[in-house]
Design a protein around this ligand. Structure first.
Ligand code: TMP
Length: 236
């Protein structure tokens, strides 16, 4: 399958049409942004890491019963995906407190949560992706109750699979953000990506951050952290 027209350019990826309307091709860039695009930069090699790691995780999740939009990796940066309509929600699961959760609720980073938390943000850059609850989601028509039930169940399943997998890589899965899409028949499937851009990964022994927080917080060693995660996952 080949790229035709660019349909959409996001902050980290470009999406192209193909000859078959049921499929598209995503191309991962090295561009990095944070704080709703306020901070901009480049993480050399990030596109390759995110493409390959995300495809690896989506294949694993498919095996474990989570349907995804993954079809075929074309090369280091490009992947064929099922074309979906993205549900306009960022679905966030947390195992330990960090980031906006720590800030909002005054819980120190690294605190083990008594249960994994599930939260939703409305995907809307102009509004700064505000947090939104289940009834608000249904009220504005961002998703139906049935869709939210499917999304929530899949999100917890993704967490279970990922905790177990990353544990074997000596990585603590602190939290992550995923997105879902609708196939033309309305089926909900996992979409977007799973990568160091969208997860917090801490080394289990040292607590060292191996994710995009190094970029967000100007910690240095950003490329090295992405490369280390590739190695941990076994993709070198
Ligand atoms: P947060 O603590 O800033 O809300 O982030 C929670 C998780 O979601 C973290 O793993 C980073 C990820 N994330 C994204 O993937 N995209 C975003 O735009 C934001 C704000 C967070």
């Amino acid at each position: 399958m080949e790229k035709r027209e660019m349909m959409y350019e996001g902050k980290a990826k470009k999406v192209y049409s193909t000859d078959d309307p049921a499929y598209c091709i995503v191309s991962y860039k090295d561009d990095a942004t944070a704080f709703n695009g306020e901070k901009k930069g480049t993480i050399v090699g990030k596109g390759v890491v995110n493409n390959r790691m995300s495809n690896f995780m989506f294949k694993l999740l498919e095996e474990k019963g989570v349907p995804t939009d993954y079809v075929e990796e074309l090369n280091d940066r490009d992947t064929v995906l099922k074309r979906v309509q993205i549900v306009p929600l960022e679905v966030i699961i947390r195992n330990k407190a960090a980031g906006s959760f720590s800030k909002r609720f005054g819980v120190p980073e690294g605190t083990v949560l008594k249960c994994p938390t599930l939260e939703f943000c409305l995907k809307d850059d102009a509004l700064g992706d505000p947090m939104i609850n289940n009834s608000q989601i249904i009220a504005i028509g961002a998703a139906t109750q049935e869709e939210l039930d499917a999304i929530s169940a899949y999100a917890y399943k993704v967490n279970e699979v990922m905790i177990e997998f990353f544990d074997k890589c000596n990585v603590d899965l602190i939290d992550f953000k995923i997105e879902f899409g609708r196939l033309p028949d309305g089926t909900i499937i996992l979409a977007d990506e799973i990568s160091p851009d969208t997860c917090r990964f801490w080394d289990k022994d040292t607590g060292e951050k191996l994710d995009k927080d190094r970029f967000r917080r100007d910690m240095g060693g950003v490329e090295e952290a992405y490369a280390e995660m590739m190695k941990r996952v076994g993709l070198n």
